[in-house]
Design a protein around this ligand. Structure first.
Ligand code: MN
Length: 131
């Protein structure tokens, strides 16, 4: 058993993978044989991930604010504090804050055999983000 009382530093979301201001707090990344990775992700209004997918899918649990999630071929959908989203393995998608609201979610994934948790693609430009 291990109790974390001193949190790791918050890390800024890298500009190649995120649009706008995003901060990442690691909650759990215990390593093998566990595949679990849990992050707490804070999005400023208008901030969002690039398009991406997860090899074993992802659970998003919104803990604060209002946000948007979109899967390829679908509309951008509003999510609010208390909502939980399941993203299928390999499903291309993005998630982020609503245009005028902060949003925080827990993000839960399982790593692939090679340690990969995310496969990144193109940024979500202003032309495909609902104003
Ligand atoms: Mn995702």
């Amino acid at each position: 058993m291990h109790i974390t009382r001193n949190r790791p530093d918050s890390l800024p979301g890298p500009a190649r993978n995120f649009t706008g201001t995003v901060w990442l707090d690691e909650i759990a990344d215990p390593g093998a044989p566990s595949r679990l990775v849990v992050m707490n992700v804070h999005f400023a209004p208008g901030a969002r991930t690039a398009w991406h997918r997860h090899p074993h899918g992802q659970v998003l649990h919104v803990t604060e604010g209002q946000g948007l999630v979109r899967r390829r071929g679908g509309p951008a959908e509003t999510v609010r504090s208390g909502d939980t989203v399941w993203i299928e393995p390999g499903e291309w998608h993005w998630h982020g804050a609503a245009p005028r609201s902060f949003m925080t979610h827990l993000a839960v994934v399982e790593a692939a055999d090679d340690g990969t948790t995310i496969d990144w693609a193109a940024p979500v430009g202003d032309d495909e983000y609902p104003a």
